[in-house]
Every structure is written in structure tokens, then in C-alpha cells.
Write a protein of this length. Structure first.
Length: 372
């Protein structure tokens, strides 16, 4: 079976530079690597063919020899014969630079820490609507895993030291050969730590952590909204074996208010106005989150009229902008009146051209027709 030209294998021109070679090889290797195609012989052969081509063309001396003499120039004279991968020098390092993060090879031969990041925590904090207006400083009591005070998180008995792992010789990694690549994996004896703790701390039993409660301060900014999360970096559970701590996420919920409903930065409320004031016009007091203000109700105001108090809503988060308060008027009709009041209302109705007929409608219905 004839062999394919190395340039054709990678799909590049004969004057391709190192960057083009790397890009072409990386694409083929990503698609056909055996780890991604287990049991696929065709993909494995394609990966080996591309690796062989890149191994030669990425080496300037071997590339010159191949360009002049073809396969014979790189010791691959017979059909199906590959290059001598034992003489590829630093090709394994090149592969690691290209794909180390992807296939777990970067840093092969170096000791890996056994520390694990601590778990993230969630705390549900309920606040009032006024807190969303003004902001809040709150103290939270959080139960969580913290570094052991006796061993300071090491898990070792004070005064003792860990032993170097004999299986991986303290590197934390075990190396093995796969074709012409050297592959590493964490040592199963020490868990990748490179050392073994023989004398464990009696307080935490070698875990390096104990459960305790901690008081943490959190600042709730003005304008916070329902369901928003605040991240407190490093305030989660302590890491394992010296690993970094997790984070604390404070999830904010806002208690329902008896008067106001929130719509983003705006507030909505309903205010009752006696029908006489609605008819004649008046100045009324309206509640806001910051106290009462005066609102001018024009004469003839109908039930359902919405009036705006500018700047009396909530602030935008981390901004000086402020929403409005929308006041919905509903006209109050009295349920009981005196004879004198009845007489005056009937007179008003007559002058307004409204027929007063208790046989057809009750007095209350009449008022509702007139005022809302």
C-alpha cells in the first residue's frame, strides 16, 4: 500500500509555516484522537498518520531531508514503514503543548496538589422593601466546614510530617507509554499529592476541616431585586487538604408590603378618595416609603385614575437613577348617609339631569354611576 505525502496528510502546501502546520495537525488530532474515538480503527490510523506527518514536518532538519529525498530521507523507505519515533526528540513535549489540557498530559512529571476546592454555600436572606430602597448591612450566622484549628488544615498530627509516596516517588503522577507518547495520570496511592499522611490529626481525623458557625457581614445595595444573588468570594466551605475555599451566595427575597407593589424601579399603590373630594378636587396625603407627601387631586377625578409621584420609587442598582410611585385613585362612595345629605344629593342629581328613581336603582347605584 502506497503512503500519502506528509503535506497531503495534513492538507497544507509545501511552503506552509509552523503555525499552519500546528493548526492543521491540531484539527485532525482533535477529530481522530483515540481517546475520543475508542475502538475506531480508522480514526486511530488517521491520528497516527497525522502525528507521523507532523512529527517530521515540525522538525526543520527532518523536513529538509524529507523535501529533498522523500520518505527515504527520514528512514521510511518501505511501504507502510513509519519513521523512527524513538528519535523524535521533544515531539512528546510539542504534543503536550498542543493538547496537554485536553488529554490530561500537561505538567506530566510534575507534582500535583491533592487539595480540593471547598463547596459553595447558599444563604436565603429575606429583607423588607425599605431595605431595597436604602440598602442594608446584615450579619449572617453561617454553619460551615472551616480549617481545623489544631492542624491548621493540613490533616496531620502537629509535630509530624507527611512521607513521600514511594509509588510515584513524590511526583504525584504515574507515567506510562502509549505508542510514541508518554501519558501521565494521578498516582492512585497518594491521590496525586506526592505524599502520604501517616499520623493524622485527632481533632479532625485527618480531614483538615471541622464544622463550626461563623458570623459574616454582607452589604445589600440599594435597588436590589427579588431573587438576585450576591457572591462573597472565599466565604464558602474550607478547601480539602489545603485547597481554596468555596464561595457564599446570598440569595435575596423581599417581603410583601401591605401598601406597595413593586414593578422594577416603580412602586404601585391604591389610595381611597371620598367622592366629594374627587368631585370638587382636593389635596390629600399619600404614603411613600419615605413618609407622607401631598398630592393634588383635580376636580372630577374618576376612580381608576393613575397619578405619578416622580422620584418616589426605588433606585436602580448601583446607579443614581430613581423610579416613580404610581398612585391609583379609587373613589369611596358612602354606604350610609343622613336625610340632609340625601336631600342635597337628590337636588344635585336633579340639577345634573339625572333622574332619581329608587324603583329602578338604589341610591348607592346612583352614586356609583355619578362618581365612578
Amino acid at each position: 500500500m502506497s503512503r500519502r505525502d506528509y503535506y497531503d496528510v495534513l492538507g497544507v502546501s509545501r511552503d506552509a509555516d509552523d503555525s499552519a502546520l500546528k493548526k492543521a495537525y491540531r484539527k485532525i488530532a482533535l477529530d481522530s484522537h483515540p481517546d475520543r474515538n475508542p475502538g475506531n480503527k480508522e480514526a486511530e490510523d488517521r491520528f497516527k498518520e497525522a502525528s507521523e506527518a507532523y512529527a517530521i514536518l515540525s522538525d526543520s532538519e527532518k523536513r529538509r531531508a524529507y523535501d529533498r529525498f522523500g520518505f527515504a530521507g527520514v528512514g521510511a523507505g518501505g511501504p507502510g514503514a513509519g519513521p523512527d519515533f524513538g528519535d523524535l526528540g521533544n515531539f512528546t513535549d510539542v504534543f503536550n503543548d498542543l493538547f496537554g489540557d485536553l488529554f490530561g498530559q500537561r505538567g506530566a512529571g510534575r507534582r500535583r496538589g491533592r487539595g480540593q476546592r471547598g463547596a459553595d454555600l447558599r444563604y436565603n436572606l429575606e429583607i423588607d422593601l425599605t431595605d431595597a430602597l436604602n440598602g442594608l448591612e446584615s450579619k449572617l450566622r453561617i454553619p460551615k466546614m472551616r480549617p481545623c484549628k489544631v492542624c491548621e488544615g493540613s490533616g496531620q498530627k502537629p509535630g509530624t510530617s507527611p512521607e513521600s509516596c514511594s509509588r510515584c516517588r513524590g511526583t504525584g503522577q504515574l507515567m506510562f507509554q502509549q505508542g510514541f507518547f508518554r501519558i501521565s495520570r494521578p498516582c492512585d496511592e497518594c491521590g496525586g499529592a506526592g505524599e502520604i499522611v501517616r499520623h493524622r490529626c485527632s481533632e479532625c481525623r485527618g480531614a483538615g476541616r471541622t464544622e463550626a458557625s461563623q458570623t459574616i457581614s454582607v452589604t445589600i445595595p440599594p435597588g436590589i431585586e427579588e431573587g438576585q444573588r450576591l457572591r462573597l468570594a472565599g466565604e464558602g466551605e474550607a478547601g480539602i487538604a489545603g485547597g481554596p475555599p468555596g464561595d457564599l451566595y446570598v440569595v435575596v427575597s423581599i417581603r410583601p408590603h401591605p401598601l406597595f407593589e413593586r414593578d422594577g424601579m416603580d412602586l404601585h399603590c391604591e389610595v381611597p378618595v371620598p367622592f366629594v373630594q374627587a368631585a370638587l378636587g382636593a389635596e390629600i396625603e399619600v404614603p411613600t416609603l419615605e413618609g407622607k407627601v401631598t398630592l393634588r387631586v383635580p376636580e372630577g377625578t374618576q376612580s381608576g385614575t393613575v397619578m405619578r409621584l416622580r422620584g418616589k420609587g426605588l433606585p436602580a442598582l448601583r446607579s443614581s437613577a430613581r423610579g416613580d410611585q404610581l398612585v391609583r385613585i379609587f373613589v369611596e362612595v358612602p354606604t350610609r348617609i343622613t336625610d340632609r345629605q340625601r336631600e342635597l344629593l337628590e337636588q344635585f342629581a336633579a340639577e345634573s339631569g339625572h333622574e332619581v328613581s329608587p324603583q329602578h336603582k338604589s341610591f348607592l347605584d346612583k352614586l356609583r354611576d355619578l362618581f365612578g
